[in-house]
Each structure stands twice: as C-alpha cells, then as structure tokens.
Design a protein around this ligand. Structure first.
Ligand code: TYD
Ligand code: MG
Length: 446
C-alpha cells in the first residue's frame, strides 16, 4: 500500500510547505494554505496539463526529415510589428506581448485584424465584452468579416474552439483572465497563468496555430506577470511607453526566430496606434536649438539609431548639499560623469544644483549618450549654447577619455540624415575624431 502524507499548498501560487502557514512565504498572501494528502512516490503536483486532443503524438524524427515552415512566414502588415517579430509571424509560433495596463496591447492586436482582413482571427476576450470590442474596432476602422470575437475565459473551451476553427491567428487577451476549472486558484494566480500558458504552447506547437497571448506586467513586477512565462514562448514582446506621452516602444526581449532587442515605434492617436517610421523626428524639437544645456545624442535601440535630446539645468545651489536629479537617466551615472568633469576637465559643479532630463519621456541607457550628457552639463554651467547642428556620440571613461561605441557608422548616417552637420564622435579612422572629453567640450562650446 502506498504511504500517504499531508502537506499544505498555497492556493494562490502553488507553494508547497510541510506545515501550515498564515502567510505564504512565496507570494505573501494570507490564509491561502489548504491541506492536501499525497501518496508518496507520486509527483506532488497531482495535476498534469492535459487537454482532449492535445496529447503528444509525434515520434522522434531525423533532423533532415523535419519539415520547416520558414518560407511561409506571414506578415502582420504592420511594418513596425513585423520588424520586432523578425519579418512577420511564423506559423505555429507562440508570441507573448507584455506591458502595463493601458499601454495599448489590445489596440495593437485589434489593428492586426484591421491590416489583415484576409486572416481568420479568433480573438478571445476576457477583459472586455464583445460589445466594447466592437466599439473599439469601429473606432479603429477594423473591417474584417474573418475576425471572430469570443467572450470566453475557460481555457479548455478556447482550445476546443481553436482546434475546430483552425484560425490563422489566435489572440488571447489576456493570460491573466483565462483559467482552468480543475485548479482551485484564482485566474491570474501564478499557477493558473503557468498552466494556461503551457496549454496554449501545446496548442501552438502540436496544432500549428499561431498564438498571440497578452500579459500584464505591473510596475511592481507582479509575480503572476508574464515574466514567469518567458521560457515557454518563442517570442516576448514588451510594449513600453509613458502615459503622459503618445509614443510607444515595442521591444523584442526574446525571439527564437529573429533578432532580440529590436524595437518598433508607434504613436498613440485618437484612431489607434500609428507607425512611426522615422522616430528621431519625434524626440527632437527645433525650439531648443541655441538654448544652453541642450545637446542631441545618437543612441541605439536594437539595430536602429535614434536621435534624442538631453537637457541639463545647472543652477547655483542655495543650501549646503547640492541637488542632483536625473530624469530618464541613471542618477549614479550622472554623479560619475560630474566627477569626471570635475577631475579631468576642471569644471566644478560642487556649488551647483544639477537637473538632467531626457526629452520626450525617453530613457537613455546607452553609454554612448555620456558625451552628450557631459556637453549639456558644461553648456548649462557656462550658460553657453552648444554649437548648432551638432550631435554627440561616445562613452566617457573615468580618465576623461572618449571611448568608441558600437554601430558608429550607423549613428553617423542617422545624424546626417536628420540634418546634423557635425557629429562629435570618438576617434575611429575618421579624421576629426576626438579622444578626450575636453576636446569635445572645446568643440561644442566655441
Ligand atoms: P488598450 O489597448 O486598451 O491597452 P491595454 O490593452 O494594453 O490595457 O489601450 C488603451 C489606451 O489607449 C487608453 O488609455 C486609450 C488609448 N487609446 C487611444 O488613445 N486611441 C485609440 O484609438 C484607442 C483604441 C485607445
Ligand atoms: Mg487590454
């Protein structure tokens, strides 16, 4: 006879403990532990992800006998989306779009239906009613008689319907709303999210149905967010954007079928998301040319160069310890650059408050932005504007040297394209390349 033992399982996250707990050590929820009896020798997760018709049927095959579908990629007809997907959807691929609520995930997926009226799309909506989706679709101008809206959140029904219908694209909005009745935990709990995602993975792979799943991530990086799903899916796209601004970045964090770290740029308008094919124009304004403290830098987003504006404001400080504030830029990096400016260039900021802002709500993480940041800081300190039509690229080292950065040629090309006559960039085979920070500052503030 099999031995049995008692254990306690958190109904929220599935954490297993030998004794009862008031609050779960894993997810922090209170009163979620339920007693379970398990027989020894068997897997403690008594429940397996299995659904009618989805059992494994494939036998091992020689690599050369495996059929590939690389040629049959189909486009989403949204070029910024195709770019991050690596050239369109691969049939049977499993894509996750993550992002904060309200960033525009549902809008983007509905727009796929708009630009592809010939695709059969099964849109499973758990967050909005069919009526609300119809209203939104009307606003977006979706005219497709092959778009089917399915107000269902039970994963088994969705899978059954998808197998029957064999759509070109299955959209699940969102993974946090779908659930399996066999599990006791709430929809959105980590257990439900993982299990449902695993079932959609089997559906995509075994039935060759291209599946696009939407997942919410909260600011706190919620535990039941899509981060736990990253290993299951082929592609993870993250939709980012500040609510105060209209631009949105769609970033590929992982892509089994294309380049990761690729970025697509959109703008949210009253009739939905529109593609921005020249994003640099979005972040640069002509109004600030000739004002002290402004510098344009060329950063890379994926394989794409992007010109953005850095703004510094340096004012005499009224109190003992001066303020240092950075918006869209790492504050520690700002402190480091100030120290380099002080030690290597002799610019003293110790009696000044320093405010640094990256225009347009953009976040500058690329070290190639250092040089522009330093020039903006000195420009504001001396109250002298940076020379017109000048852009900056280069990483600043602790010795005050300007180091070269990847994709320099592409950056130079982008700056030229946007009408910047002079690019202050590190020495790399080009005749007027600079080597030290003080040379760059001299050039910028002449
Ligand atoms: P939505 O796609 O519902 O976000 P998510 O699915 O990621 O939660 O986007 C909602 C936001 O987009 C909302 O703040 C309103 C705005 N929006 C527009 O500005 N224009 C539009 O045409 C649409 C459909 C939405
Ligand atoms: Mg939504």
């Amino acid at each position: 006879m099999a031995k049995t033992k008692t254990q306690y399982e958190c109904s929220n996250c599935g954490y297993i403990s030998p004794k009862w707990n008031g609050s779960c050590p894993s997810c922090g929820e209170w009163n979620t532990f339920v007693e379970k009896t398990v027989s020894k020798g068997k897997s403690s997760s008594a429940h397996k992800a299995k659904v009618e018709g989805l059992e494994a049927t494939a036998a091992p095959k020689k690599l050369e006998d495996v059929e590939t579908s690389e040629k049959t990629r189909f486009t989403s007809n949204i070029s910024e989306l195709d770019r991050v997907l690596g050239g369109g959807f691969l049939p049977g691929s499993y894509v996750l779009i993550g992002g904060e609520p309200g960033v525009g995930k549902s809008t983007l997926t509905l727009q796929i239906a708009k630009s592809n009226p010939e695709l059969t799309i099964l849109y499973c909506a758990g967050e909005e009613s069919a009526g609300q989706i119809k209203q939104r679709a009307a606003r977006l101008g979706v005219k497709s008689d092959k778009l089917l809206v399915y107000n269902e959140t039970q994963v088994d029904s969705i899978i059954a319907e998808a197998q029957k219908m064999q759509p070109d694209l299955l959209i699940v909005d969102s993974i946090q709303t779908v659930y399996r009745t066999e599990l006791s935990s709430m929809p959105g709990s980590i257990q439900q999210v993982k299990e449902c995602a695993a079932l959609f993975q089997q559906l995509a792979k075994r039935k060759n149905i291209t599946t696009l799943v939407i997942g919410h991530v909260t600011k706190e990086g919620d535990i039941a967010g899509p981060r736990v799903l990253e290993h299951m899916v082929d592609t993870v796209l993250q939709f980012e954007g500040d609510k105060q601004y209209t631009y949105r970045l769609l970033r590929s964090l992982k892509n089994r079928f294309g380049a990761a770290q690729e970025v697509g740029v959109f703008e949210m308008k009253s009739d939905g998301l529109s593609e921005v094919s020249n994003p640099s124009e979005l972040f640069i304004s002509d109004k600030t040319a000739g004002v002290s403290g402004n510098a344009v830098v060329c950063t890379m987003e994926g394989t794409r160069p992007l010109l953005i504006e850095v703004q510094a404001l340096v004012t005499p400080s009224a109190y003992g310890s001066p303020q240092r504030t950075a918006n869209g830029f790492d504050r520690n990096r700002l402190l480091l650059l100030l120290a380099v400016l002080e030690k290597r260039v002799g610019k003293n900021f110790s009696n000044h408050d320093v405010y640094l802002n990256i225009a347009g709500g953009f976040r500058l993480n690329d070290p190639a932005g250092d040089l522009g940041v330093c020039c903006a800081l000195v420009s504001s300190l001396m109250d002298e504007a940076v020379a017109q039509n000048m852009a900056f690229v280069g990483e600043v080292g602790l010795g005050g040297e300007v180091r070269t950065v990847p994709h320099l040629e592409q950056r130079i090309k982008e700056a030229k394209k946007l009408g910047f006559k002079e690019l202050v960039a590190p020495d790399s085979k080009q005749k007027d390349g600079i080597r030290y920070l003080h040379e760059a500052i001299k050039k910028a503030l002449r």
